[in-house]
Design a protein around this ligand. Structure first.
Ligand SMILES: *[C@@H]1O[C@H](CO)[C@@H](O)[C@H](O)[C@H]1NC(C)=O
Ligand SMILES: *[C@@H]1O[C@H](CO)[C@@H](O)[C@H](O)[C@H]1NC(C)=O
Ligand SMILES: *[C@@H]1O[C@H](CO)[C@@H](O)[C@H](O)[C@H]1NC(C)=O
Ligand SMILES: *[C@@H]1O[C@H](CO)[C@@H](O)[C@H](O)[C@H]1NC(C)=O
Ligand SMILES: *[C@@H]1O[C@H](CO)[C@@H](O)[C@H](O)[C@H]1NC(C)=O
Ligand SMILES: *[C@@H]1O[C@H](CO)[C@@H](O)[C@H](O)[C@H]1NC(C)=O
Ligand SMILES: *[C@@H]1O[C@H](CO)[C@@H](O)[C@H](O)[C@H]1NC(C)=O
Length: 410
């Protein structure tokens, strides 16, 4: 019969998660009766349905997350188990954490903190590396001193937390680092499912599952309604201007958003190209393509989103004759920088955890009713302004999980 003691000893020798998983299975077989009697304490589990870059496995007193993007495995040991005080891993393949995490910090440069916020976990967020955060409640906790600013160049400052979450997997990572990488997934729902990844660190599987299920149901309902529209499919282009050159997006999740909203992406052969506006041939070709576009999304990065207006766009586009631009005559020129804090966009935060809001925005952009207030998209053609968020806008108890914002559908 496998005892907890034997488990611990086995772990000491086998650090690869495949081996752990194998032993776990063998253990199950060995002690099937024992486990049946004890009614496997594993209460709430998450199953990954859509995301492809992480997997979750459950044992009695531990869980394992396998992160496909960096090949690492996280062994999460329940704090009330004997293993918690005896076992600690930090190898190139496996790291261990005691859960639920008593505290954590986040590398907040382009980190979707909304995932923590939605789960009601801001109370144990104790450190951030930058205030470029589009969450009014994180800003408020920072202002009140609950959350401290930490310097990411000082390893000992990062080491004081039970976990330090990062989205950047390229750099060397200390023992308490955990890579949270919803951005690598290819569809909006896959990205949103990463709420389950954080749920596992907090024993909040049930909350995370319920949240994701509600988001997914709402998203799929909106997509079904959009697909059933009888009208023509508007052509949508996501374009970005950088250093005098315009290019069309290649990001799959954006193309998926277009399709799910009932639109048509500009042809794939066009998608690959870049257009230098100083080159007359490029400019001509770019002009011609834009003449076929019904809805245009300008993704151009700027240090001052609030000041980016229709005239900024027209300057960047450098085309004199706008007469063929349907997205102008029909007022359908958009940017996803409606919600900002300084130059940081909620697009990289709230839009990742709640893609149903993005889809609803896009459906309104493609099939305007004039009856829906968008969350992330603002219409440049109508000179719609940005909304600057700030700490004073936080008006809720940050230790309570939030419900998803469900959009009327049907
Ligand atoms: C399972 O989830 C329920 C509801 O969220 C919670 O009350 C319970 O404590 C959880 N059990 C475990 C073992 O985490
Ligand atoms: C962060 O730490 C580095 C290295 O110690 C130091 O050079 C830098 O000035 C610190 N930054 C701040 C804002 O304190
Ligand atoms: C975080 O929690 C750990 C225990 O997991 C504790 O040792 C540490 O002091 C805590 N750090 C902070 C900054 O609260
Ligand atoms: C765009 O074209 C101009 C003129 O040919 C050239 O000077 C510039 O380097 C080009 N820009 C890029 C980013 O290639
Ligand atoms: C303008 O938008 C309306 C829907 O609001 C659509 O019916 C019409 O075809 C569009 N016109 C052009 C030129 O895209
Ligand atoms: C962001 O804006 C606030 C005031 O709106 C300012 O106090 C803060 O320093 C700014 N932060 C950054 C990183 O620019
Ligand atoms: C606008 O929204 C209201 C409330 O959701 C709804 O009753 C009404 O039918 C909508 N109007 C249009 C034109 O869609």
């Amino acid at each position: 019969m496998a005892s907890s003691g034997r488990w611990v000893r086995l772990f000491v020798f086998y650090i690869s998660v495949e081996v752990i998983w194998f032993l776990f299975n063998v253990g199950c077989v060995d002690s099937a009766n024992n486990i049946a009697e004890k009614k496997l304490k594993v209460g709430n589990i998450s199953k990954v349905e859509d995301a492809v870059n992480f997997h979750i496995y459950y044992g009695q007193t531990f869980k394992v997350i396998k992160n496909a993007i960096d090949g690492k495995s996280y062994l999460l040991i329940q704090s009330d188990s004997r293993m918690a005080s005896r076992t600690k891993y930090c190898t190139s393949r496996i790291k261990s954490y005691v859960v639920p995490l008593s505290n954590y910090s986040v590398d907040t440069e382009l980190f979707p903190v909304s995932f923590f916020e939605l789960l009601g976990l801001l109370g144990s967020l104790k450190g951030i590396t930058a205030d470029s955060v589009t969450s009014q409640c994180v800003l408020k906790l920072y202002e009140s001193g609950e959350i401290k600013m930490i310097n990411k160049s000082e390893p000992q400052q990062l080491a004081q937390f039970a976990a330090h979450f990062v989205t950047d997997t390229d750099h060397a990572q200390a023992c308490n680092f955990a890579s949270f990488v919803p951005f690598v997934e290819n569809t909006p729902l896959q990205r949103a499912e990463w709420i389950k990844f954080l749920g596992v660190f907090a024993n909040l599987e049930t909350t995370a599952n319920d949240f994701y299920n509600a988001v997914k149901e709402n998203y799929l309902c909106l997509a079904r309604v959009a697909a059933s529209k009888k009208s023509f499919k508007p052509t949508v282009a996501w374009i970005v201007h950088y250093d005098g050159v315009w290019s069309f997006t290649k990001e799959t999740y954006k193309l998926k958003f277009t399709e799910d909203a009932g639109g048509e992406n500009v042809d794939k052969s066009i998608n690959k190209m870049t257009y230098n506006i100083s080159n007359p041939d490029d400019l001509d070709e770019f002009h011609a393509i834009l003449c076929t576009v019904d809805v245009l999304i300008d993704e151009t990065d700027t240090s001052d989103p609030a000041a980016y207006s229709l005239s900024t766009f027209l300057q960047n586009i450098n085309v004199e004759d706008h007469s063929c631009f349907a997205f102008l005559s029909n007022q359908s020129l958009w940017r996803y920088d409606k919600r900002i804090y300084n130059s940081t966009l909620d697009w990289f935060n709230g839009a990742v955890s709640q893609p149903q809001l993005v889809l609803a925005d896009l459906i309104e952009a493609l099939f305007p009713t004039g009856n829906y207030t968008t969350t992330h998209f603002r219409n440049l053609a109508k000179e719609e302004a940005v909304i600057s968020i700030g700490p004073e806008m936080c008006d809720r108890d940050t230790s309570t999980a939030m419900q998803p914002t469900i959009v009327a559908c049907g």
